[in-house]
Design a protein around this ligand. Structure first.
Ligand code: ADP
Ligand code: XUL
Length: 525
């Protein structure tokens, strides 16, 4: 049997097909479309449109639909794939982004013409042509209003799993309602990116899964239902605009006639999609407590599986396995690493050499907040340097990476909630062994990289397998689902250097103090 996992990331759409046949468990196909490179007509940079100040960050939802259409064409044409063996399709998408559909969208999507590409047909279905994405930081006022209406940030957090957050769908909906009330009224359905793409595949309104639903500030985390209080605090008439919440393993439908006819694809089951972080939890095999998964993508995230929603994590989501996942998200991930690399005219090998050369023990520290940061909450963007200036290339490189790793490690304590046994590293920058060495030294435990690079796409494919077997009346445990795909490869193990662990233990305390002192201040330089 073949299972297709799609991951609609910030910068690209990836498809990954796995084969599961008896003892055979392998990845048989993988392909990525990069929005900037492969869909240049949408004019995105790093997958988004940002305003000059970087506060308002959006992407055209039509681009995501178009990319999905092109990807299904690529899959159908792949000589190495027997597409008729695809049993089920599940997906993963960047979290938080809202897709606003008008009242005519349903009818348009029900009657798609397989003789024409999707984009020209879908052009008219949106009541908002630019979707705010998770990088948007323009809803501070709405967050305050929502928290106040809920009875305080701690109440919003207790109910929905997170305090009102700028990038979360609910505050973004509130801002849309306040600034464009007519367009809000013209909105018949508000999806998240994951449920929007699942709806396109299934040809009907797909549910939002609890994993991605908990990234909205709208869902009651314990009940897996919309919270009436959160909806009331957000915008009028919202309940009627939201799709249902379904289980992560629900079958949203069968691949719609458009796809079957246009690309000669089979009547595969379309499984409810989830967010990229919840999918990565499955794709990294982090299905039990005690393991920290660190994803070094556009943003950096650290997450862990927990059996109860408590703890000190900035965010608690539902996991697509039915448990909970705790998470912290760092906005200054790869974009900040790219910045220091360009600023100092380095390629990744040169960055790695600098990281290998100088251990961080001569008293310099950088708070790596090139952009306004989410963990900890930092409103005033700007890196803060202590003990060096902006011309010192080695210290800028080390300072940034070490600062990022120390922040991740310090904030992991509340996420994992128990001693960390090991770290699983994923995402684009996990390809850089020198960065993983700094991570191992800072955490003081072994860091593993997985064989499959896109853990969100793999997680989606594995979720397709799990849901398909469940629907067929032959349920498979999560342990069995992930086995053979997410076992850490010992060849990719990076072990800590005890001397550096001792240095970082002290530096981490210093970093935490500086972080507290400066998070509310303007940068000095
Ligand atoms: P996302 O899924 O969030 O779009 P990825 O996980 O694909 O992002 O990561 C993409 C990022 O990986 C790029 O922006 C780039 O900065 C980073 N990257 C790629 N190769 C390396 C490397 N060798 N060292 C450090 N970072 C790298
Ligand atoms: C998580 C978050 C990001 C996006 C990026 O809260 O904002 O990790 O999901 O894909």
């Amino acid at each position: 049997m073949l299972y297709l996992g799609l991951d609609a990331g910030t910068q690209s759409l990836t498809a990954l097909v796995i084969e599961i046949r008896g003892e055979v468990r392998r990845v048989v196909f993988s392909h990525t479309l990069n929005y900037d490179r492969d869909l240049p007509e949408y004019g995105t940079a790093a997958g988004v449109h940002a305003d000059a100040g970087g506060q308002v960050v959006t992407a055209p939802p039509l681009m995501w639909a178009d990319a999905l259409d092109r990807m299904m064409g690529v899959i159908a044409a792949a000589a190495e794939l027997e597409v008729e063996r695809i049993r089920a399709i599940a997906g993963s998408a960047q979290q938080h982004g809202g897709v606003y559909l008008n009242h005519r969208a349903r009818e348009t999507l029900d009657t798609l013409d397989p003789g024409t590409a999707l984009a020209p047909q879908a052009r008219m279905i949106f009541s908002r042509h630019e979707s705010p994405v998770w990088l948007d930081a323009s809803t501070t006022m709405q967050c305050r209003e929502i928290d106040a209406a809920m009875g305080g940030a701690s109440v919003t957090r207790a109910v929905t799993g997170s305090p009102a957050g700028e990038r979360f769908t609910g505050p973004q909906i509130r801002k849309f309602h306040q600034e464009q009330p007519i367009a809000y009224d013209a909105t018949g359905r508000i999806h998240v990116v994951s449920s929007f793409l699942a709806s396109l595949l299934a040809g009907k309104d797909a549910p939002i899964d609890p994993g991605d639903g908990s990234g909205m500030n709208l869902m009651d985390l314990r009940a897996n239902q919309w919270s009436a209080a959160a909806l009331d605090a957000t915008a009028p008439g919202l309940a009627a605009k939201l799709p249902a919440i379904g289980d992560s393993w629900d079958i949203a439908g069968t691949l719609a006639p458009y796809w079957q006819k246009r690309y000669a694809l089979p009547a595969a089951r379309v499984v409810t999609w989830s967010g990229d972080n919840p999918c990565s939890l499955v794709g990294t095999g982090v299905i039990r407590p005690g393991i920290a998964a660190v994803s070094l993508g556009t943003s950096d995230t650290v997450f862990a599986c927990t059996t109860a929603p408590g703890g000190g994590a900035p965010h608690v989501f539902r996991s697509p396995t039915g448990d909970f996942m705790s998470m912290a998200c760092f906005r200054n991930g790869s974009l900040a690493r790219e910045w220091v690399r360009f600023e100092h005219h380095l390629d990744w090998d040169a960055v790695a050499k600098l990281l290998e050369k100088q251990p961080g023990n001569d008293g310099y520290v950088m708070l790596p907040w090139l952009e306004a940061e989410t963990t900890p909450y930092v409103r005033h963007a700007g890196v803060r340097r202590f003990g060096f200036d902006r011309f010192d290339t080695p210290r800028n490189v080390r300072g940034l990476i070490e600062g990022q790793m120390m922040a991740i490690a310090n904030h992991s304590a509340g996420v994992v909630n128990e001693p960390i046994e090991k770290v699983i590293a994923t995402g684009g920058a996990a390809a850089n062994r020198a960065i993983l060495q700094v991570m191992a030294n800072v955490f003081g435990v072994d860091v593993y990289r997985l064989d499959v690079e896109n853990s969100a796409a793999l997680g989606a494919a594995l979720r397709a397998y799990h849901a398909d077997r469940l629907a067929a009346g032959e349920p498979v445990s999560w342990k069995t689902v992930v086995s053979g795909f997410t076992d850490p490869n010992p060849g990719y193990r990076v072990s800590p250097n005890p001397k550096h662990v001792a240095i970082y233990e002290e530096l981490r305390r210093e970093y935490a103090v500086l972080e507290r002192l400066h998070q509310d201040r303007h940068p000095i330089c």
